[in-house]
Every structure is written in C-alpha cells, then in structure tokens.
Write a protein that binds this ligand. Structure first.
Ligand code: ATP
Ligand code: MG
Length: 447
C-alpha cells in the first residue's frame, strides 16, 4: 500500500551550509527554542530547528513559532522536559511549554512500509496516511516534509544549515515545491493543498508548475479530512493577515468549495456574496496588521451570510414569518457546514447572534433601539451591516443611521429616533411596524 520508492531526484542531494555562509542566527530564535535544542543536545540527541522558523529567518521575517526535529522518541523527549506532553495520534508530537510559548518537538519520521503495525503507520486504500509514526533519520525526515523550503534544518551542534531538497534555491526563486511526487503527496495528506495556498499568499511565493498542476483534480480529497482539523486549518488560512489573497487562491484552485460548499454556491446566485466575503477578509487583514483583535465568529458570519439569505428566502416563500425563518435557515446552514469545517459552539453561538441582529437593526423604535445597542454582539452586527451595504446587498442608509446614533448624545438620539420613525430608511412603513409590534415575542427578543 505504501507506494514503492520514487525514482531518485537530482534535486535531492544534501548540501551543508556552514555558519559563516548563511544568515540564520541564534538571535532570531526564542530562549525557549534554544533551551529545548540545548537540552536535547546535552542529553546526546540530535536536535535541529526546522520548518517555518528557518524558512522565515532566511526570508528576513520574524519566525512565528519554533519546530524542533530530533532523533529522541516522544517518550525520551517527555522524560527530558517536565513541562511537556505528547499530543496527536495520527502524527505523535511533543509540546514543550514555556509560559505562553509552545515548542513543537517531533521525532524524525521514516518511510512507512506495509509490514508496520497499524498503530505505527496506516494508509487508506486511496493513499491517505491515517498514521505516520515510523521513526527514521534526519535525511528520511527531510523527505517526509511537505515543501522543499520547509525542509531546511538548523543544527545546534555546529550552527550549520542542512538543505536536503534544494530548499535554499527555491527560497531564492520564491517557489513552493512539494518534495516527491505531488499527486502522491496530496493523496497522503490533502491538507497539503491548503498549506500550498496558505504559504503562497503569506510569503508571496508561486507554486512550481508540478506542485500546482494536480490541485484541481485532487481538491475533492479534502472531503476526507475530519472537520475539526479543517477548522484549525481555516483559521490559519483566514486569520493570519493574508485572508484576501488566500481566499482568491482557494477559489482559483477549486479548494474553497470543498471547505464552504454553500458559500461557494451562494457566490454564483447572489451578486454581492463574494464581495461581502472579500470585504470581511480585508477588514480582518487590516485589523491583524494593526494588531487589533479579530474573532472567527464575525468572519464565519460573513462567509455564511449568503447561504443564510438563500435559505431564508426559501423559508419565507413557504410562508414562514421572518424570525423563525431566519432561525431555521441558520440551523440548516450550520448543520450542512459542520460536515465540512467544524465551528466550535463558542464561535457558532455569537455567529447566530450576529445574524439575528441583522433583523433587529432595521427596527428603530423606542426601547428596542437601546436593547439592540446594548447587545453584546451589537458591534460585530453593525460591522456586518456596514459591509452588507458596501457589498451592495443593501441600499446605504441604515449603517449611517447607526453610526450617527452611536456618536449622538441623548438629545440627538431622540431626534434620530423621531427621524427613523418618519423616514424611509427603515424596512417598512410605520403601519407595518405597528403590526410587527403586536406579534408575539420571537426568541431573539429575549437576547
Ligand atoms: P508556520 O508555522 O509559519 O505556519 P510551518 O512551515 O512552520 O509554517 P507548521 O504547521 O508549523 O508549518 O509545520 C512545521 C513543519 O512540519 C513544516 O515546515 C513542515 O516541514 C512539516 N509539516 C507540517 N505539516 C505537514 C504536512 N501536512 N505534511 C508534511 N510536512 C508537514
Ligand atoms: Mg511552524
């Protein structure tokens, strides 16, 4: 089942670059990362920094976190660090914790074989690696990594860089290239397609033609990945400061539809739905650049608003009143979405509140307005309203009214309320509003 050895690749020759010939310095690394390296080294193990931290240092960027590779087994690592725990089953690694910083330590991986027991290595009939816990040496480990630029190792023994797959060449050419046969590597782990797109957007790299070519055809393999893993991946895709570029690449490669099928469909049916998502991602990117907080609840609310609107229209066409129709639409959209990308309750609950508030924002009479204003999700709901207007889903007006209302003093607020009562900006006439008031209280009224 574990395919035979691929033909030798001329790119796969080890190059060792001594300390005085590369710019990666210990000053780029956190104290915690260095502590882990030295303790492994002093205990007689090999220890290397690998992955994003070396790639990013070579590109002159601050590493975001540190990954260590070693010949120590997870149990041996556990024994060296009291502050550590073994996580993962599919891919066992050790997390060593120093305050808020976590150093990920992995044991060198080797090539899985058919005679390995299932708890060590296991592969599905279509090539998906279900377990990948065969230990190997440094060279074997390099060939198990995804991209050549992620297979650069910094040795704590002599501070040299080990480049097994022409990673430095690819960094210089700003190229993402999978190690080995791309189709096989995507079948082993389809998330590598998402990682390709994520790194391309983050680093402003392009995909090597051979790495790019199989993506369209293999995109549907993402449907095999557990929704919880895809949730983690989606956060990395959209909440790392390059969401707009990432979104466009995901759409171009047919990957977005595998993560958010209903949102993808809504973008065909509703002229504003794609723009709304772009605007939400642009605002998220901006906030991250300004180091302001962002929440997945807002982003998911915008991503799935198109599908909610489509289903809401269906329920209303069946004669359901607006409030229960929205509840039903929201429930249906969430249920379908959870089959692809999970959304933990702590994000899906506020997401629903943000949707509910879209129905309350147009109701601008008396006490109602103040209740809406006091709602814990008001700010996020108001932000979504502004984006909906900017995306031309709605006529402008209501957003400005709420902007003015928030800035107004008590006297001006009363004036704005009178104006809303008389003005055309609301969803209906005064008579309609009176009718709505006589209706029994919907569940959102209690929020
Ligand atoms: P960043 O942390 O900046 O997002 P990274 O490259 O460090 O990027 P991690 O997810 O931290 O990414 O993974 C660390 C390293 O582990 C990668 O650089 C790569 O060598 C290897 N790796 C991670 N995920 C995979 C995968 N799905 N297949 C093969 N190798 C992987
Ligand atoms: Mg990393």
């Amino acid at each position: 089942m574990f395919g035979s050895q691929e033909a030798p690749d001329r790119r796969l020759t080890l190059r060792v670059i001594p300390r005085n010939e590369h710019p990666v310095s210990r000053q780029h690394f956190s104290d915690a990362a260095l502590k882990v390296l030295y303790r492994l080294h002093n205990a007689g193990f090999e220890a290397f920094l690998v992955g994003g931290c070396i790639r990013d240092s070579l590109l002159g960027r601050m590493p975001k976190d540190f990954d260590v590779a070693t010949d120590a087994t997870p149990e041996e690592i556990r024994q060296l660090f009291r502050n550590s725990r073994i996580i993962g089953r599919r891919f066992r690694i050790v997390h060593v914790r120093f305050g808020r910083e976590v150093i990920e330590v992995t044991t060198f991986r080797g090539k899985p074989r058919d005679d390995h027991a299932d708890h060590i290595a296991q592969q599905s009939d279509d090539g998906l690696l279900l377990r990948d816990n065969v230990w190997g040496n440094l060279q074997e480990d390099a060939l198990r990594r995804d991209f050549t630029v992620n297979a650069l190792y910094y040795s704590i023994a002599d501070f040299s860089l080990h480049d097994f797959a022409s990673g430095i060449e690819d960094i210089e050419a700003r190229t993402l290239r999978l190690i080995g046969d791309p189709a096989t590597r995507y079948r082993e782990d389809p998330v590598r397609m998402l990682r390709a797109v994520r790194f391309a957007a983050k680093l402003d790299f392009h995909l090597a033609p051979s790495t790019e070519a199989p993506i369209h055809e293999h995109a549907a393999l993402l449907l095999q990945i557990p929704p919880a893993r895809l949730f983690d991946e989606v956060l990395k895709l959209f909440m790392a400061g390059h969401g707009v570029d990432t979104f466009h690449l995901l759409r171009d490669y047919g990957l977005f539809a595998m993560l958010f099928p209903e949102a993808d469909e809504a973008m065909v049916e509703l002229p504003w739905a794609e723009r709304l998502v772009e605007l939400a991602l642009a605002s998220t990117d901006r906030r991250i650049a300004e180091e302001r907080p962002v929440t997945p609840a807002f982003l998911f609310a915008a991503l799935l608003w198109g599908p909610v609107k489509l289903r809401l229209a269906e329920r209303e066409a069946e004669g359901m009143p607006p409030i229960p129709a929205l509840q039903a639409a929201a429930q249906q959209v969430i249920t379908r979405q959870l089959q692809h990308v999970s959304i933990p309750k702590r994000f899906s609950m506020p997401m629903r509140d943000i949707w509910d508030l879209q129905q309350r924002l147009p109701l601008r009479r008396g006490r109602r307005v103040f209740q809406t204003r006091e709602h814990p999700r008001f700010r996020a709901a108001y932000d979504l309203l502004l984006l909906r207007e900017e995306a031309a889903e709605l006529e402008p007006g209501l957003g400005d009214w709420w902007t003015a209302f928030q800035q107004a003093d008590e006297h001006e607020q009363r004036h704005l309320l009178d104006k809303a009562d008389a003005g055309p900006a609301g969803p209906g006439t005064a008579r309609k509003r009176r009718r709505r008031r006589r209706k029994p209280k919907g569940p959102t009224d209690n929020a």
